[in-house]
Design a protein around this ligand. Structure first.
Ligand code: PHE
Length: 451
């Protein structure tokens, strides 16, 4: 049953048929982990901020998570049929209002409000997703942007002014692989109607150097922390005095061109850490500042915090357990105190399977009865029900079997739900009771038929 109105951070919103936010997720809108003193997400935010100092960069950490569909998607040039807009992926309050899926939702308003220089935003963002140790429906992102105004640089020489700013940035010894040309006509086009190749190349160079400084700062802190954990350096740790390796990979975002992802070589793997690019000129034009040009990036904080602090499960960030929180006390004001998280005992896991038939057949898309028809079945709907009922007691959920009846064409699915609390050992009775509630909720809310 959908509430007629919901209250989020003191404001009331009217729902409609698009509403799909569970009460568990609603309750998380007030947590603001990025602002909680000494929380690992807040500490990670501070480290990023330290690389983008004021007064050039201004920090915005208090934007409300409720934004319009226009701000989150249309203002950024997302096409009307972009999959990110689907109700299976995004939390809607109503057709025109949603929980932001990324901090880019605030780009348009900041480009309008800010005259020059740059900004950093940190905020909670919301995405319907699967359940496992690295996915959570709420996480935190930081967005950074930098702009220059064509009319405010000496002799109108924008490229030269940007290159001068670049020359003033600190140097680094990061080993950078950047195999592709700065633009590619199909894969990564220059916005030729708006930028000269020289201007865009200068913006790109400033962007890349700034972000190389940022990941260098983050990863040297991660290495220093790991080294403190084991006072006798291992052979791997000795190698860690070697410079950080990063590489630039071409990417696509509707609101930047050219665009890139930055990958960092860490513990033997290439990790994708952020997305970025030269902002689409339409954003500046629509913000009433056609003479501005600049770059933007977005980075997820939990993934960074997990490797900085060696935090093994994303659910821990939401824990109010002192055994978790006390390990980070004092670090926000003195980053030299950063240490890896020491896990408290891992409690036993217990999995339970649930098998069910979907209503109707995939072909007919039949949805004549209450519930989700086979044609519009989406696994995220199941994930959401599991999270809503069993909360953080579920470590992961995965599809273990799928079957189509050869005669009736009905589809059956089997999911394995792994129950494990971060805080205590679940008794058999507790797990069974929780699983029974999950199964009933699947029947009631999704209309599936248990096998
Ligand atoms: N908002 C993008 C995301 O969430 C990241 C991004 C930000 C990319 C800014 C380019 C520029 O994936």
């Amino acid at each position: 049953t959908t509430p007629r109105t919901v209250e989020i951070n003191g404001k009331t919103y009217t729902t409609d048929a698009w509403f799909n936010v569970s009460s568990t997720v609603l309750a998380l809108t007030s947590r603001k982990l990025h602002l909680q003193k000494d929380h690992p997400v807040a500490i990670t935010r501070k480290i990023v901020e330290s690389v983008f100092p004021g007064p050039t960069y201004k920090y915005y950490n208090e934007f409300d998570p409720v934004v319009s569909t226009y701000e989150n998607f249309d203002s950024l040039g997302f096409p009307p049929d972009h999959p990110g807009r689907a109700r299976s992926d995004t939390y809607y309050i109503n057709k025109d209002t949603l929980l932001r899926t990324h901090t880019s939702a605030h780009e348009a308003e900041l480009f309008r409000a800010r005259e020059s220089g740059g900004y950093l935003i940190s905020a909670d963002v919301y995405r319907r997703d699967e359940v496992d140790r690295s996915h959570y429906p709420v996480f935190h992102q930081m967005e950074g942007a930098r702009v220059w105004d064509r009319n405010q640089v000496p002799n109108g020489d924008l490229a030269a002014a940007i290159r001068e700013d670049l020359a003033r940035l600190p140097k680094h010894n990061v080993r950078v692989e950047d195999p592709n040309p700065p633009f590619h006509p199909e894969r990564n086009p220059l916005q030729a109607e708006h930028h000269t190749p020289e201007e865009a190349a200068a913006v790109a160079a400033h962007l890349k150097h700034s972000l190389e400084l940022m990941v260098n700062e983050i990863f040297s802190r991660a290495k220093a922390a790991a080294a403190k954990q084991s006072p006798v350096p291992s052979p791997e740790q000795q190698q860690e005095t070697e410079p950080l390796r990063v590489r630039w990979v071409e990417a696509y975002f509707p609101f930047t061109s050219p665009s890139w992802e930055l990958e960092v070589f860490y513990q033997g793997d290439w990790l994708e850490v952020l997305g970025c690019g030269v902002s689409k000129q339409e954003l500046h034009i629509n913000a009433g500042r056609p003479s501005q040009i600049g770059w933007a990036f977005g980075i997820g904080l939990e993934r960074i915090a997990m490797l900085l602090f060696q935090i093994p499960d994303i659910r821990l960030f939401w824990s109010r357990d002192e055994r978790f929180l006390r390990q980070f006390r004092g670090v926000e004001d003195d980053l030299a105190r950063l240490r890896p998280f020491v896990p408290f005992s891992r409690h036993p896991a217990c999995y339970k399977d649930v098998s069910f038939w979907l209503r109707g057949t995939s072909a007919a898309g039949g949805n004549d009865r209450k519930g989700v028809g086979a044609a519009d079945w989406h696994a995220n709907d199941l994930m959401e029900v599991v999270r809503d009922v069993a909360g953080d007691c579920v470590e992961n959920v995965r599809l273990v079997d799928e079957f189509m009846h050869p005669k009736t064409g009905r589809r059956s699915l089997c999911y394995r739900i792994n129950y494990r609390s971060l805080e205590k050992t679940l008794t058999n009775a507790e797990t069974n009771e929780m699983h029974d509630r999950v199964v009933s909720a699947l029947v009631e809310r999704l209309g599936v038929e248990i096998r």
